[in-house]
Ligand binder design. Structure first.
Ligand code: ADP
Ligand code: MG
Length: 387
């Protein structure tokens, strides 16, 4: 937190080989990029590097392939095509990173194949880090979405390139997140959804300590409702986490954090029910209409708003109303608002609210870890570089 690092601005990078770590971990179906949000978010940094009239070499991971076994479904080739369209210039795609003369001095813009095909990447192997480092005179870390991973291309490499800087996307992410983490304006309201308590336990704990009001929806609310003694029928919930959920509720009251949970819900047949009306076969799929009102009113009072996780199964239009209403309430508020998380971003796009929320983080896991107050390894490496 409060990380200090060099950025691309003001550096003498003219004519240099600029090696950039991006987060192009985008959904790809049948060789086509399905959502180019992360690629578009990287464009300002790439353009800034291209303006230096040297050479720009991009690297990224995609998915979780097995190192040493390149599989087509994890190839970044579709991303090269997408970049060519977005930048209106040729992108040389290179499968074999370290083949002699793979990268020619005349190649202005290069995209290297999936960095996780290389053995040693996820182990942060120093030999691989050094090999990678030889490809650039400058290393630009702009993959905020990968900043929570200590890999060769995010951390190891920073020991071996003469100049190491943060790209504009990463710098903007940290700046926006620090507005939330350091002296945020009160009231601070967090909205947390998503399927399970277990995947977001640390986030919930940290938000209880930080925020004035914590609004909880989605599948994870079911476990908290069960912890309060409500019958959640056949809904998704985690019975083994009920004691943990009870502790979270106690922690909240001890820390004067007001927790808001749904009082009515939408079940699988689309009907709206009060909690007391839930039958054994009912599955909670979304927050109900009364709850939407209460959550929206609470959101309207916030000066700082943090949102992660859909409030229902928004992928199905029958259960999207709660997530949409909450997203609209956040968009309409005058608060400084941040939304982050893979599915949360998909929801923001689905409801066309991209420009209405103060900051939309491209990070999923990295966003959550930063909110938890953890130090992200790649940010730490950037802060230590050149010292
Ligand atoms: P993010 O990626 O934004 O952090 P999560 O991955 O934690 O969000 O959660 C998203 C998933 O939670 C979505 O696929 C959504 O369908 C699911 N979800 C939300 N509410 C419920 C619910 N009531 N029951 C089951 N799944 C839910
Ligand atoms: Mg998700």
């Amino acid at each position: 937190m409060g990380a200090k690092f060099l950025t691309l601005n003001g550096q003498n990078i003219d004519g240099k080989r600029i090696l950039m770590r991006e987060d192009f971990n985008v959904p790809i179906v049948n060789g086509e990029v399905q959502n180019d949000l992360r690629i578009r978010a990287a464009l300002p940094g790439i353009k800034q590097a291209l303006a230096a009239n040297g050479q720009v070499i991009l690297m990224s991971h995609l998915g979780r392939p097995v190192a040493g076994m390149p599989q087509k479904e994890y190839s970044l080739r579709p991303v090269a095509k997408c970049l060519e369209k977005l930048l209106s210039m040729p992108v040389k795609f290179i499968e074999d990173w370290f083949a002699p003369n793979a990268i020619l001095a005349t190649d202005k813009l290069v995209l290297l194949e999936n960095v996780r095909f290389l053995k040693g990447e996820v182990e942060n192997d120093p030999v691989l880090s050094q090999q990678m480092a030889k490809l650039g005179d400058v290393f630009v870390m702009d993959a905020f979405g990968s900043a929570h991973r200590a890999h060769a291309s995010t951390v190891g490499i920073t020991d071996y390139v003469p100049l190491v800087v943060a790209g504009p996307l990463l710098a903007a992410e940290i700046q926006a997140l620090d507005r939330i983490m350091q002296n945020p304006l009160h009231p601070i309201i967090a909205v947390i959804g998503g399927s399970k308590v277990s995947t977001k336990l640390d986030v919930l704990q940290s938000l209880i300590l930080k925020t004035d009001t914590l609004i909880i929806g989605g599948g994870m609310a079911n476990t908290l409702l069960a912890a309060q003694g409500h019958d959640v029928g056949a809904s998704l919930y985690e019975p083994n986490l009920i004691p943990t959920a009870q502790k979270l509720l106690q922690l909240a009251s001890a820390n004067k954090c007001k927790i808001l949970l749904p009082t009515d819900v939408v079940i699988q047949d689309g009907s709206n029910k009060q909690l007391s009306e839930i039958q054994a076969s009912d599955k909670i799929m979304d927050i109900g209409s009364d709850t939407i009102q209460v959550f929206s009113d609470a959101i309207s009072l916030g000066a700082t708003i943090i949102w992660n996780g859909p409030l229902g199964v928004f992928e199905d239009s029958r259960y999207a109303a709660g997530t949409e209403a909450v997203a609209v309430a956040i968009a309409q508020s005058k608060a400084f608002s941040i939304a982050g998380g893979g599915d949360t971003l998909a929801a923001v796009e689905q409801f066309n609210l991209n420009n209405k929320i103060s900051y939309i983080s491209t990070g999923g896991g990295a966003f959550l870890e930063y909110i938890e107050g953890k130090t992200l390894p790649a940010i730490q490496a950037l802060s230590g570089a050149g010292k």
